[in-house]
Design a protein around this ligand. Sequence first.
Ligand SMILES: [Zn+2]
Length: 315
Amino acid sequence: MVSTDSAALAGLRAAALDIAGRGWKVFPCRPGTKAAYWHSLPDCAGAGVCTGGHVTPEQLATADPGRVAAKWSEGPLWNIAVFPGPSGLFLLDCDQPKPGHKGEHDPDGWTQLRALAAERGGPLPDTWTVETPTGGRHLLYTAPPGCRLRSTVKHIGSNIDTRGWGGYALAPGSLLPEGGYGLLDDSDPAVLPGWLVQVAVERAPTAVSGRNEKPVAAPDAYTAAAVRGEIDRVCAAQPGTRNKVLSTAAYALGQLVGARLLEEAYARAELRGAVAAWNTPDSAAKDDGVIDTALRAGAANPRRVTPRSSPSRAA
Ligand SMILES: [Zn+2]
């Protein structure tokens, strides 16, 4: 018993150090789960590292070998969360269809991804790949510099999620009750192909109905700052407050859409990306409804903007 546990502990420590040794940032998850071992904002005591305000696992994740070795020597069999955003990575999560979920009758995510690559005529280079206990695979790419890609849920395909900023995934060596995460391809991460960058930021096909397809223009600096402030608030919203925070943010972005400062597709894509960071796929349809309603209400009450006025809610 003791020797088994110490062997398991040594295995997880070696796995965590291997990830950290690549410069990728890790954080412990509760043994046998995907849940980060940390408190949420409502439970924050404002002490320790949170003295100056609550900090998140994404902010705390580290590649420091000394700290990683110490954490994974404490005793609990911490699972290993790797955070793609601060690690300069982007992860495609190709899943098996799940009964009762969107995509349940569709091909698995990996099949969808290969079909999409063929359709777009884009490459799908060998890259660092993890097999999940449920038969899915995580493909890890290096993120293009200067491109802050967020997480998405069922956006690229009905069985494909992505993990960028605001998301994380378990690394090889991690253990769930149904099995362990294993390395399927130890190639170094490939640079995320351009066609995948494009599909990751395009709005979902279902949102295109009834509108003319046109490229989405990037907002000006003032508007971009205002958008970033709202999106950051949504990403940081805690369970119990999310509906209200999402509705408020979508309304504010809707006001910018109404003032013709922001394209609706851009606003929608940003809001969906922020919601995806909550990692609650089950509520995605409901969240879409909140976004639609509040965007429309905001657009009906455009923000009045005078040139060179300073943004009141910009982050
Ligand atoms: Zn805190």
